[in-house]
Design a protein. Structure first.
Length: 318
């Protein structure tokens, strides 16, 4: 993988230090995103769900300008993640013809692989043809519009025309903000972060629609979840704050310092379920499994936020 000169976290910054710890931990635990998950944890709704998240990070790393050492770590992560994702996509493909509920997520994995330059051509062609015959539909009434925006993001990434009843990105963005911006509960906070990520293709383009004041919403939520020591949401909110633009605030600086203080010696970041007392009672694979299950997502989104910390911001929506 070659470095892309667009701006990674500056060396010696908190964000860079966090990334330096998180990426090697993720490399060392790649197999837990696939087969080892099934040995230790309940089945996922879609077998490729966890490795799909890993591919999202690899895509952000591809966009970032990296030093030689950073590029080596990112390349190792991408190589391992791509191999696992291709195996997962191939294994999941036959079942999609019997049950298309997971077709959007299969398309998402395959589109990410293609975007990274590692297409699984036959499964992707098959999934796209199936989507042409049985187009994925937006969720019914009562569901959060974030689910429809997620589907719009997937179809756009996969190059598949959206069904006529699926609104455009700007309209869906505005509906999501109207649905979730007025509340601070966990469900609504994740609704806001996912809105920002899907509407901007994880920061590749500016926010659409009526985005005024969204920066203030993100700041309010970041204060709430820093006070609750909810590092998973703090990391997602940090990433979205950088996407929304504006000058980095003292609040964001406090959030970075909190994440840095929480990073474990192995490079992982504890998620909300992590309990040091529970870990102390486990050894061997049981301990490794506990750390992975309670830390992987927070480690992943902190790495994403760290990459975004060095990327150019879009015009401010504060």
């Amino acid at each position: 993988m070659t470095a892309i000169p667009t701006g990674a976290p500056p060396r010696g910054t908190t964000a860079s230090d966090l990334l330096d710890g998180a990426v090697p931990w993720l490399v060392d635990h790649v197999e837990w995103f696939g087969p080892r998950w099934d040995d230790h944890f309940p089945p996922r709704g879609f077998d490729g769900a966890t490795v799909m998240e890993l591919l999202m990070l690899c895509r952000l790393l591809r966009r970032a300008g990296l030093t030689a050492d950073d590029a080596y770590g990112a390349a190792r992560l991408e190589c391992a993640a791509v191999e696992l994702a291709r195996d997962t996509a191939t294994a999941c493909a036959p079942g999609l013809h019997r049950d298309t509920a997971n077709l959007p997520y299969q398309l998402w994995v395959l589109a990410l692989l293609a975007d990274l330059g590692h297409p699984a051509e036959e499964p992707f062609a098959d999934a796209r043809a199936l989507a042409g015959r049985r187009p994925p539909r937006p969720p019914g009434g009562g569901a959060s519009p974030v689910h429809a925006l997620e589907l719009r993001h997937i179809l756009d990434l996969a190059g598949i025309p959206a069904p006529a009843e699926l609104p455009g990105t700007a309209e869906l963005h505005d509906a999501c903000v109207a649905e979730h911006a007025g509340r601070t509960g966990e469900y609504d906070a994740y609704g806001i972060t996912h809105t920002v990520l899907y509407a901007t293709d994880f920061g590749a383009r500016p926010l659409p629609g009526r985005a005024g004041g969204l920066g203030r919403v993100l700041d309010r939520l970041l204060r709430v979840y820093l006070d609750e020591d909810h590092l998973d949401l703090a990391a997602e909110l940090l990433m979205c704050s950088r996407i929304a633009g504006g000058t980095p605030t003292a609040l964001e600086g406090r959030a970075w310092e909190r994440l840095a203080a929480a990073q474990r010696p192995d490079g992982s970041l504890p998620g909300p379920p992590f309990d040091a007392a529970v870990l102390a009672g486990r050894t061997g694979d049981r301990a490794t499994a506990y750390v992975f299950r309670t830390c992987y997502h927070t480690t992943l989104v902190t790495a994403m936020a760290a990459v975004r910390a060095g990327a150019p911001s879009h015009p401010s929506h504060r």
